[in-house]
Design a protein around this ligand. Structure first.
Ligand code: GDP
Length: 444
């Protein structure tokens, strides 16, 4: 995400590295380049103007603290300005309405509204332990109703049935009555989208809003449409009291213009971002973390949260227990770790959250990390149980057999065994001295 903008900004900031105190000329030049970078990213012009003025003023008035070089100080100012432009702090969903809390989803066709409805249902169910029901009021497209039924089924939340030709407001009211009967915590209402903003659609959604009085009205918009995304959101906000925006398809957005424009153009917070097609690819929007990501500094907190969410805690605890008791780590354990890693999701999406990750990713484009993990698992699968438990048995002829069995070269098997040895060494340290010792040994 945002790779073009990241590359462009890092060039501007690099040009300020390692110099003495920044002169006014240098600040002006940097501000001009920043301006170009933001315009290229398709950020709305008034936002660009404010941003640059802000950065310039702060840079000119900055007291360079002793611990920062002028370049670092400038980076800090840009990072702060980005964070503010993105909205300063996360804006959580307000679900404090008398249950069911109603979330109304609005947006143009193809923006990702239905997908986001399912993603949000999943997030609320899994992370907030809410009982969720969804309903489609798109009475024009049978495919839309069917799509919601399928994706909601995948994430395991109840769908209130609806059909083409029914009145959207009646559907919504019936769904609400049913949600009350079932003590549902959150009812998410998906609505019809058109290809452009038109009066009929606005009227319909306004009627739904009036009938339901939702606590959250979220506008879903495709971030790849750049500053147009902000304009469309603004047109909706003029008619409907929006409470927030969801930016979808951030994973395909190299520029970042939508993200940087929405807050200021609409006055509404970005509450979530969609980072992929799968139903687990919805993230709470953290302006500070996204600003850091835009500047290539990664989002280590986000990375840890994602990892913690996806790891099977019971398995991890059992594994730690076994390690402590037996002090042994074999290829079966190694495979288990690989499977856990695979579960944590695509390596690429994790890598992107590491500091400098975007650059690493660009350099590694030809290496498919997910494929590596799959291969490693395939090689271990080609070993006998004996071999997995006692890797020392694996000598030349066995290596040839394993390589042939898993369709790789013998060197690959050797590589895996080396990787395993390194991991085993680390595990031994964990088992004998705990985490603290491991950290020390890694640091030393
Ligand atoms: P709707 O017409 O607004 O309901 O849009 P859909 O939910 O049907 O989404 C349109 C297309 O966008 C589908 O192919 C989705 O898989 C895709 N999509 C939605 N959100 C995301 C996202 O965050 N990332 C990516 N890459 N694709 C998305």
């Amino acid at each position: 995400m945002f790779e073009n903008l990241t590359a462009r900004l890092s060039r501007v900031l690099d040009s300020l590295r390692g110099q003495g105190r920044l002169t006014e000329d240098q600040i002006d030049t940097a501000a001009r380049e920043l301006r170009m970078a933001l315009l290229e990213a398709d950020v709305a012009l008034p936002v660009v103007k404010d941003f640059i003025e802000h950065v310039r003023q702060r840079a000119l008035g900055a007291e360079i603290t002793q611990s920062l070089t002028p370049g670092q100080e400038f980076l800090r100012i840009v990072q702060q300005a980005l964070t503010e432009t993105l909205g300063s702090r996360p804006e959580p969903l307000n679900l404090r309405q008398q249950p069911p809390a109603i979330i109304l989803m609005a947006g143009l066709q193809g923006s990702g509204k239905t997908t986001t409805t399912a993603k949000l249902a999943r997030l609320l169910k899994e992370q907030e332990k809410k009982k969720v029901m969804v309903v489609s009021c798109d009475v024009y497209r049978p495919a839309a109703i069917e799509q919601l039924r399928i994706v909601a089924g995948q994430v395991g939340v109840e769908v209130f049935p609806s059909a083409v030709g029914q009145d959207p407001v009646t559907i919504a009211q019936n769904a609400l009555a049913e949600a009350r009967r079932q003590y549902v915590d959150v009812l998410i209402v998906d609505t019809a989208g058109r290809t452009t903003v038109d009066e009929a659609m606005m009227k319909e959604i306004a009627a739904l809003h009036a009938a339901l009085d939702p606590v959250e009205t979220l506008f879903v918009v495709d971030s790849m449409t750049g500053q147009d995304a902000a304009k469309t959101a603004r047109a909706f906000a003029d008619v409907l009291p929006l409470t927030g925006v969801v930016l979808t398809k951030i994973d395909g957005d190299a520029r970042g213009g939508a993200a940087l424009s929405v807050r200021q153009v609409t006055g509404k917070p970005i509450k979530f971002i969609g980072t992929g097609e799968k139903t687990d690819r919805l993230e709470v929007f953290h302006p500070d973390r996204i600003a850091a990501r835009i500047l290539g500094q990664g989002d280590v907190l986000g990375l840890i949260e994602e990892a913690v969410r996806k790891v099977d805690h019971e398995k991890a605890a059992r594994f730690a227990e076994k390690l402590k008791k037996t002090k042994s780590f074999d290829l079966e354990d190694f495979r288990e770790q690989m499977l856990q890693m695979q579960k944590m999701g695509s390596m690429a999406s994790l890598l992107e959250k590491l500091p400098g990750g975007a650059q690493i990713q660009a350099q590694l484009q030809h290496i498919d990390a997910d494929k590596q993990v799959r291969r490693t698992i395939a090689i271990i699968n080609s070993m006998t149980i004996q071999e997995r438990r006692h890797p020392d048995l694996i000598k030349a002829s066995r290596k040839r057999r394993i390589a042939a069995g898993s369709g790789v070269e013998v060197q690959e098997v050797n590589r895996l065994l080396r990787q395993f040895e390194t991991t085993r060494e680390m595990m031994k340290k964990v088992a004998s001295g705990g985490m603290a010792k491991l950290m020390r040994s890694m640091a030393g």
